[in-house]
Design a protein around this ligand. Structure first.
Ligand SMILES: NC(=O)c1ccc[n+]([C@@H]2O[C@H](COP(=O)([O-])OP(=O)(O)OC[C@H]3O[C@@H](n4cnc5c(N)ncnc54)[C@H](O)[C@@H]3O)[C@@H](O)[C@H]2O)c1
Length: 253
């Protein structure tokens, strides 16, 4: 069977853990050469080992997506190694402490916006430059259901993810005739280290999350990865500017 990303080059931020790792592994299985970028070089290197152990091709790169110099160097390294950039999954993100709007620490607010929102913009800024030069590409940004509806005790996070949805739609409109598609994914709670931290920080959250979801379960990271694969593949050739919910029906209620 033909692989869905044969001959494609993919860049994944936050590729050292959770959704990013599951997507990096799946992309490599589907034939892509994968750049695994993360703030944490050890976890990114582990993802690369998982890929190369399965005969895939990948390298890791340490980058803080909130820093323009890091992001520029990251995209530059992908092109230097693999010659092009077909698929970019701008996924790195942080959750912050669970507190209500009035109690958010200013530095925490700034950091969440810097990583989750400015980071996505910076990634697209340099990815678009390369994709325009080569004549096309597909970008997927990680938003959240918290980019579509309010998220109790996560004000900065919800603001950042609503921003990602707006940025995605705007960029999609701007580059639609240049062969570049830009979409966002909006998952509900996914079983990853990020969610394990959130559940540990807020007793009762896990049961509340399960009760609130019509499917009464979390998503597996692989279920999110499969949606990202589809959005990056040619099968999604007319899907542009979407904010795709992958939420077990949560926002349909
Ligand atoms: N897990 C969920 O329930 C869920 C739901 C909706 C959206 N999301 C979003 O999915 C994305 C991935 O989340 P996850 O659950 O896999 O989390 P995770 O914590 O397991 O993985 C996130 C990765 O991003 C990296 N990272 C953090 N800050 C970075 C930075 N400044 N530069 C580069 N890398 C950085 C971390 O080192 C980590 O490896 C995030 O954007 C998150 O907001 C997660």
């Amino acid at each position: 069977m033909t692989k869905q990303l044969s001959d494609k080059v993919a860049l994944i931020t936050g590729g050292g853990s959770g959704i990013g790792r599951a997507t990096a592994v799946l992309f490599a299985q589907e034939g892509a050469r994968v750049a695994v970028a993360d703030l944490n070089p050890d976890s990114a290197a582990e993802t690369v080992q998982m890929i190369t152990a399965g005969d895939g091709q990948a390298f890791h790169f340490q980058a803080d997506v909130s820093q323009a110099a890091d992001v520029q160097a990251m995209v530059g390294e992908v092109v230097a190694r693999y010659g092009r950039l077909d698929c970019a999954f701008n996924n790195a993100g942080i959750e912050g402490s669970p507190v209500r709007t009035m109690d958010v620490d200013e530095a925490d607010f700034d950091r969440i916006i810097a990583v989750n929102l400015k980071g996505v913009w910076l990634c697209m800024k340099y990815e678009l430059e390369q994709m325009l030069a080569q004549g096309g590409g597909a970008i997927v940004n990680t938003a959240s259901v918290a980019g579509l509806v309010g998220a109790h005790s996560m004000p900065a996070y919800a603001a950042s993810k609503h921003g990602v949805v707006g940025l995605t739609r705007t960029t999609a409109v701007e580059y639609a005739r240049k062969g570049i598609r830009v979409n966002a994914i909006c998952p509900s709670f996914v079983q990853t280290p990020l969610v394990e931290r959130a559940f540990a920080a807020l007793p009762g959250l896990e049961q509340g999350v399960l009760n609130a979801n019509p499917s009464r379960r979390l998503a597996a990271a692989e279920e999110i990865a499969r949606a990202v694969l589809w959005l990056c593949s040619d099968a999604a050739s007319f899907t542009n500017g979407a904010a795709l919910t992958i939420d077990g029906g949560f926002t349909a209620q």
